[in-house]
Design a protein around this ligand. Structure first.
Ligand code: SAJ
Length: 410
């Protein structure tokens, strides 16, 4: 039997039952380890205790139903004693894009009274550099007798929404302890449920690694978006250009789109920019370029609409194809497509619009239209998200098409 299971009664508390916390809790529980999932939201807690889920993620429903039924996962709004505590709460922004670690602090303060020698404390939440050390100091300031007797580490998640249940198991992880014994102990714990490699480092490097991974993707997407702006002016097809450039053995340009959205890549780079503004020039510029791309798309739609109206002497109708923050998901958080639709509608709310999002049934603000119907009714068709449903869609010749995400590139 694994040494860890002998030393510690296998009881884990995950604080936060969101997009990462709930799948993580279910995965650990699937190893027949007792897990308590703690969340401030009683609706989420009740949902999980019924074996149901509050988010859309493939395979998560069956995983949660199974472990709740077998008694390995329970949810609660209140903390309980355990041996291993995982903090998986959000880190939102304060004013001026500064990260707000108050949820991590609150979770840690709730854990502190339960801590005992030999326990493990891990932060998974995306965090500014130095957060794990700050929490170590907070813990030891209240419980000095534990100094050097608990294991503290940072272990960021890397999973892609839509493929979380697979990636949680198979992705490599970076684990950074506040000291070597913490790193080793936390690696031993994660090896119970992760099949990917577990790479050891210190807490600060692990924190920065998470921020750098998402900033790197943001910078690369900004390059593609910048090319799309140049190509628009130079009358060059950006999709063909990138495909040709990528034939070079050492070039791998990503795809331009209607901007960068989601709760990670559009957010995490600010954690570096806000703390290291002088040093993070490319990262900051990439954020600006990707934000500008959405603004530019909205402007382009408006000028195209105006041109149409001047040419035909009547109002143009527009089909907005996609609202999600990326293809083939139903998540609208920080979605550039949603921003663009809102911006166009705000500027002219008397127009005729068909808003399409095949991954959701209904929306509380937007009236949704079936995508085939929208394409046949609208004068101007705007592809905002490269959903699989839109591929190969037939568009009659007299329509004006704005393809911001390469749906028609073939
Ligand atoms: N996008 C483009 N062009 C591309 C690729 C993406 O415009 O070529 C856009 C997407 O449409 C979307 C945004 O970028 O609006 C982000 O999408 P994504 O698929 O790149 O990433 P996320 O936000 O779903 O997940 C990212 C992942 N990070 C990296 O790939 C470095 C994931 O592994 C992380 O776990 C996740 O952030 C997170 O939670 O931090």
């Amino acid at each position: 039997m694994n040494q860890l299971e002998v030393r510690y009664p296998p009881k884990v508390v995950t604080i936060g039952l969101g997009y990462i916390g709930l799948p993580t809790a279910a995965l650990i529980a699937s190893q027949k380890i007792n897990v308590l999932g703690v969340d401030v939201n009683p609706i989420i807690v009740n949902t999980v205790n019924k074996g149901k889920i509050h988010i859309v993620e493939p395979d998560l429903d069956t995983a949660v139903a199974h472990v709740v039924k077998n008694g390995f996962l329970k949810a609660s709004t209140t903390m309980a004693e355990a041996s291993i505590y995982l903090v998986v709460v959000p880190t939102p922004f304060k004013d001026r894009n500064e990260p707000d670690i108050s949820f991590i602090e609150i979770a840690t303060n709730n854990i502190i009274p339960f801590l005992k020698k030999g326990d493990i404390y891990v932060i998974e939440s995306t965090s500014p550099i130095g957060t794990t050390e700050k929490m170590r100091d907070l813990i030891y300031s209240q419980r000095p007798e534990l100094d050097g007797h608990i294991y503290i580490a940072y272990c960021p998640e890397r999973v892609l929404p839509g493929n979380i249940m697979h990636e949680l198991v198979h992705n490599d992880r970076v684990i950074g302890g506040i000291d070597r014994k913490s790193t080793a102990k936390v690696i031993a714990f994660y090896s119970l449920f992760v099949k990917g490699k577990l790479h050891s480092t210190n807490a600060r490097t692990a924190e920065m690694c998470k921020l750098v991974e998402n900033s790197s993707r943001d910078v690369q997407i900004a390059f593609a978006n910048e090319l799309s702006l140049i190509c628009d002016k130079a009358d060059i097809n950006v999709w063909e250009l990138i495909a040709l450039a990528n034939e070079h053995p050492r070039v791998n340009i990503l795809q331009p789109g209607s901007g960068v959205g989601g709760h990670c890549i559009a957010v995490d780079p600010y954690f570096l920019v806000s703390e290291y503004p002088l040093e993070s020039k490319i990262i900051n510029t990439a954020r600006q370029i990707n934000n500008f791309k959405s603004f530019w798309c909205a402007e382009k739609i408006q000028s195209t609409k105006l041109e149409f109206e001047l040419k035909y002497g009547r109002k143009a109708s527009i089909a907005f194809m996609g609202l999600a923050f990326k293809p083939n998901i139903n998540d609208l958080r920080e979605s550039p497509a949603k921003y663009i639709v809102q911006k166009v509608l705000q500027n002219d709310n008397n127009g005729q619009y068909f808003i399409v999002e095949p991954n959701i049934m209904e929306h509380n603000i937007f009236k949704l239209t079936n995508y085939k119907e929208a394409v046949s009714l609208a004068d101007i068709i705007v592809f905002l998200v490269d959903h699989r449903e839109f591929k190969g869609i037939e568009i009659v010749k007299d329509k004006v098409v704005l393809d911001f995400c390469g749906t028609l590139k073939g």
